[in-house]
Design a protein around this ligand. Structure first.
Ligand code: UDP
Length: 239
């Protein structure tokens, strides 16, 4: 399962919502804490690649509701993810962690282009690689991209960090007091029961290629470090 020559290599997906702390823009306190937690895990030997969402700026589907053409709205959404990448990169570098941002839309002054073999090399050298601009394609989501990147650069697992929830539940725990958290959940059940884990294209790509996903809560001191290091918080979605 582990193709990173013994080291644990994981793909961390950070939602844009977390970055915004529930508002539009970047909540520096949140990003700073997440950065510190990532650095702690890297220092203990974990290879960390990151896909950052952009929902704290724009979502194409929402812009399209407001009258902006869908694809153009999606490009706006992708550009939003890059701002989050730069914020995270800054706090990682401030904490002494070497990082590279690679974007799926080329922007040479700001980031490297996405080059999978180079990304792997960075990880092997102990650098954190942050992937921005999603897949560079409208109608995709950063959830789907995190599965794809994890597959392409041989991560053992995708760790989906969520805001406001700490795993996958039988019902929305914010609305239903009887909701229970799954410790383990099959791809198929998540898909068929339409459990709010991630979008269906991400789930089906994970299922078809057997990439397991741990859904965990970003809130709570230490959660990010512990999950990166392999502790089993939240819900495991697998075969
Ligand atoms: N997006 C896209 N293609 C991609 C990734 C993202 O078009 O490959 C756009 C899409 O409009 C999406 C927005 O970027 O709504 C922000 O990404 P996402 O919603 O996945 O971020 P998150 O929900 O994780 O914050």
């Amino acid at each position: 399962d582990n193709e990173a020559g013994g080291a644990r290599r994981v793909l961390l997906k950070l939602s844009g919502e977390a970055f915004g702390g529930g508002a539009v823009g970047v909540d520096v306190k949140v990003v700073q804490r997440i950065a510190r937690e990532i650095v702690a895990a890297v220092r203990s030997g974990v290879q960390v690649a990151i896909v950052v969402g952009g929902g704290n700026f724009f979502r194409g589907a929402e812009l399209s509701q407001a009258g902006i053409e869908r694809s153009r709205g999606d490009y706006m959404g992708m550009l939003g993810t890059v701002m989050n990448c730069l914020a995270l990169q800054d706090f990682l570098e401030q904490a002494g962690q070497a990082t590279r941002v690679q974007t799926a839309i080329t922007m040479g002054q700001v980031a490297e282009p996405y080059i999978p073999l180079k990304a792997i090399r960075h990880l092997e050298k102990g650098r954190v690689v942050i992937f921005g601009a999603g897949a560079g394609l409208p109608y995709f989501s950063t959830d789907t991209v995190s599965i794809q990147r994890a597959l392409e650069i041989h991560c053992c697992q995708v760790l989906m960090g969520k805001n406001g929830v700490d795993g996958v539940y039988t019902a929305d725990p914010r609305k239903d007091p009887n909701a229970n958290m799954f410790v383990r959940l099959s791809y198929q059940r998540a898909l068929v029961d339409n459990l709010a884990v991630m979008d269906a294209s991400a789930l089906s790509m994970a299922r078809d290629n057997n990439m397991s996903i741990r859904v965990f809560g970003l809130e709570g001191e230490g959660n990010v470090t512990r999950t990166l290091e392999g502790e089993q918080l939240g819900t495991l979605v697998c075969g």
